[in-house]
Ligand binder design. Structure first.
Ligand code: FEO
Length: 393
């Protein structure tokens, strides 16, 4: 039995809680997730977004807690990714004549691919409005936050921005608002979400923030996680900071090692950062989560990657990390490469190539160690890294 939760007069959260969801396309959800949907009870019953296809029963039961789902007149699809649009077909099966509002042209194109042409689609652009009774909803397109179809919906009557993925966090909670939970944990989860999903589109996201910030907003209701009520300025400020792509004085050292030589150098580099007062995190890729690491990489001025050569390439966990890094590619940072090898330093070549393509500057010659490392190798690396930090202060 699922219930609806009122978040403002006549507006209800009717989403699906993924308490035990742990991964989606390589992104770890240690705290679960939620697909938020909202229903506005006005002259025209309006559903904002749905949820992933496998959780439609939860969505429909929550809706039925406040209105008969057959009474839904409008479905607003702010974003066509299947965690929000995956249950539109289940709503259609109850109200086949519901009118669907989606962004033009991409939202329309995607939803037609999912559900066919035979529905009452209404494509909208920025500034278009929809009167549903007391309320007039306004649409603002926010392309590439993080798909080309994204848009947000604003209710001036309630001063609520339905922001979809923007400002979301992967977390399942029994509370709906930011001031009812540990806010520092929520900030961290919002940063992890931004780093792993939104960050490749920082410029577009900054434009979206410019477009929505003049609105008088009392609630930001995202499609994942808690609703922003008491920390709206803070989360918008954090998004501006993350979008600005300004690194902090911090470093990430990530490595995979076979017999300890590469690990020894990873620890040496970590000590060099510590000696110079740079905040540093050391990650053994064999036992660490790549989306957690990327949360630190987001604003790290330095990224040091270490791996020995194995079968003419990098070890599997480094390969996985490089694949992830290629896609997210934070720009304007400083990279350091190191690793041991036997007869050919292919791992070094591969790490250098990925970092360069991702936009990293590599001011130091890679540290490649034949067969093993010794004390003088450690001293050379320590001195080179501390000298580098001195030049970047
Ligand atoms: Fe939460 Fe881009 O979907």
């Amino acid at each position: 039995m699922y219930k609806a939760y009122e978040i403002a007069p006549d507006i209800y959260w009717v989403g699906a809680l993924e308490w035990n969801e742990r991964y989606i396309h390589g992104f770890s959800k240690h705290k679960g997730s939620s697909n938020n949907a909202y229903i506005i009870v006005d002259d025209c019953i309006t559903l904002i977004d749905t949820c992933i296809g496998s959780m439609e029963q939860e969505l429909l039961e929550r809706i039925a807690d406040v209105v008969d789902p057959k009474e839904i007149k409008y479905i607003i699809s702010n974003h066509s990714e299947k965690d929000h649009a995956g249950s539109i077909g289940d709503v259609f099966s109850i109200v086949p004549n519901a009118e669907i509002i989606t962004s033009s042209p991409k939202g329309l194109e995607i939803l037609k691919r999912y559900y066919g042409e035979d529905h009452d689609f209404h494509p909208v652009k920025t500034g278009d409005t929809l009167n549903i009774g007391k309320r007039t909803l306004t649409f603002v397109q926010t392309p590439f936050v993080h798909w080309p179809d994204n848009m947000v919906t604003y209710s001036e009557y309630d001063k609520i921005l339905f922001s979809n993925d923007a400002f979301g966090q992967f977390v399942a909670t029994s509370k709906r608002f930011d001031d009812e939970v540990d806010i520092n944990e929520i900030y961290h989860l919002a940063k992890k979400y931004y780093a792993n999903i939104v960050s490749p589109f920082a410029k577009q996201t900054m434009k979206a923030i410019d477009a929505i910030e003049p609105l008088d907003i009392k609630l930001i209701a995202p499609s994942h996680g808690v609703i922003w009520r008491s920390h709206i300025d803070d989360i918008i400020g954090l998004y501006r900071k993350w979008c600005s792509n300004e690194p902090t004085d911090s470093a990430v050292v990530a490595y995979s090692s076979m017999y300890g030589s590469t690990e020894r150098i990873a620890e040496t580099i970590t000590e060099a950062f510590m000696r110079k007062g740079v905040t540093v995190r050391l990650y053994d890729l064999d036992i660490s989560d790549i989306s957690d690491i990327m949360t630190d990489v987001l604003d790290a001025k330095y990224l040091a990657l270490g791996c020995p050569t194995h079968n003419g390439t990098v070890l599997p966990y480094m390969g996985e990390f490089l694949t992830y890094l290629k896609g997210l590619a934070p720009k304007g940072r400083c990279g350091i490469v190191f690793g041991s090898y036997g007869w050919k330093a292919d791992s070094i070549t591969e790490m250098v190539s990925v970092l360069e393509k991702a936009g990293y500057e590599l001011p130091l010659e890679p540290f490649a160690f034949n067969w093993d490392v010794n004390d003088s190798d450690e001293e050379r690396v320590f001195d080179a890294v501390t000298d580098l930090i001195d030049t970047r202060l």
